[in-house]
Design a protein around this ligand. Structure first.
Ligand SMILES: NC(=O)C1=CN([C@@H]2O[C@H](COP(=O)(O)OP(=O)(O)OC[C@H]3O[C@@H](n4cnc5c(N)ncnc54)[C@H](OP(=O)(O)O)[C@@H]3O)[C@@H](O)[C@H]2O)C=CC1
Ligand SMILES: Cc1cn([C@H]2C[C@H](O)[C@@H](COP(=O)(O)OP(=O)(O)O[C@H]3O[C@@H](C)C(=O)[C@@H](O)[C@H]3O)O2)c(=O)[nH]c1=O
Length: 294
């Protein structure tokens, strides 16, 4: 199999390329501004807002699977640069999805838990998105257009953490480095999510792909947790000063961009499809501990 991973210099894409190499597949990773070396992966620079550049890569690489991880993940920047968010979340993946459909290639679109107004918990795949911001709006449009162009595509809605990159610290890096420096941390008690450790996410994605899953799947943990409780759990596991973590309501900090409060997704569909329960929060944090200390 020949894999094409967009966003190979990002949190998910870099780890995916590394994992695929462990499994003896050919992985081509696309980057834009940040150079990265990944053992045995072929890394190419390609600005995916350039349609000709994408078409050239697709024709010359001829992948059998595309995993679209590239995105504008800074939510505030999506508010000020709707065009770029639309290019990355809608236009480029739709072009890839069409190519994939015509060339017997599997298309996978990585989506998010950010698509609703945050008033419901454990949201199932069937609930119509209610986007609160440009990030959510463009990711939701991207899902729809990719599926319209390619009904065999897989859309994976997720939220994940894990060791970050020099230029891209992750949510868990933020927690660990702040507490290591004994800085105070404000953890939101009113924002809930169902995150996975990135390694778990990658294993689940590979399982879904091997079974040719199509349509929308939530790829999330089995448990919902507040950001505050998650931060406290990480602190406990890593032996960091828990007393530095303060519980606050998200409205107590100034955020320019509206964000959903409850982002928890239901894991029922994927559990039924794969025939197993999704990981718990503690299992994910154990994996984080192994990753950071292994
Ligand atoms: N991180 C998270 O907490 C969550 C992420 N997601 C989704 O998961 C996916 C992966 O996210 P994550 O790994 O965090 O993303 P990152 O922000 O870590 O990485 C973004 C990637 O997109 C690439 N990129 C940006 N602009 C372009 C461009 N014009 N042309 C080519 N590549 C470009 C970047 O390349 P470069 O740096 O080289 O410019 C980088 O490799 C995304 O679809 C995101 O929406 C969903 C839920 C939570
Ligand atoms: C969670 C949290 C964040 N913060 C701060 C840190 C950070 O700079 C800012 C935004 O936090 P987050 O990065 O968690 O939130 P956000 O930017 O909303 O992260 C999102 O990323 C994208 C890509 C997604 O797809 C989402 O689902 C979501 O995880 O708020 C706190 O002060 N306390 C907290 O408890």
């Amino acid at each position: 199999m020949k894999w094409l991973i967009t966003g190979a210099s990002g949190l998910l894409g870099s780890a995916l390329c590394a994992e695929l190499n462990n499994k003896h597949s050919v992985a081509i990773g696309l980057i834009n501004h940040h150079k990265i070396k990944i053992d045995k992966a072929l890394i190419k620079k390609c600005d995916i807002t350039d349609k000709n550049a994408i078409s050239h890569v697709l024709e010359s690489a001829a992948p059998t699977i595309i995993i679209h991880c590239a995105a504008l993940t800074n939510i505030d920047q999506c508010e000020t640069n709707l065009n770029l968010a639309t290019e990355l979340h809608v236009t480029a993946p739709t072009l890839m999805a069409k190519w994939a459909y015509n060339n017997s290639c599997k298309m996978v679109y990585i989506s998010t838990d950010h698509l609703w107004d945050g008033t419901q918990k454990y949201v199932p795949e069937t609930l119509q998105p209610v986007p609160l911001n440009n990030y959510a709006e463009t990711k939701s449009n991207g899902e729809q257009q990719v599926l319209a162009a390619n009904p065999k595509a897989l859309i994976a809605r997720t939220n994940f953490y894990g060791k970050g990159l020099e230029w891209r610290p992750s949510f868990s890096d933020w927690i660990i480095s702040s507490l290591q420096k004994r800085e105070d941390l404000n953890g939101y008690t009113d924002i809930h999510f169902t995150p996975l450790h990135r390694k778990q996410l990658i294993n689940l994605l590979l399982d879904l792909i091997s079974l040719d899953a199509r349509g929308i799947y939530n790829v999330v943990s089995s448990e919902r947790i507040s950001k505050y409780d998650f931060i406290k759990k990480v602190a406990t596991k890593f032996g960091l000063p828990e007393e530095k973590v303060k519980g606050i309501k998200s409205c107590e900090t100034k955020s320019q961009t509206p964000r959903p409060k409850d982002m928890s997704l239901s894991s029922q569909k994927i559990s039924t499809f794969l025939g197993r329960k999704m990981p718990s929060i503690d299992e994910g944090i154990d994996d984080l501990y192994t990753e950071m200390n292994g």
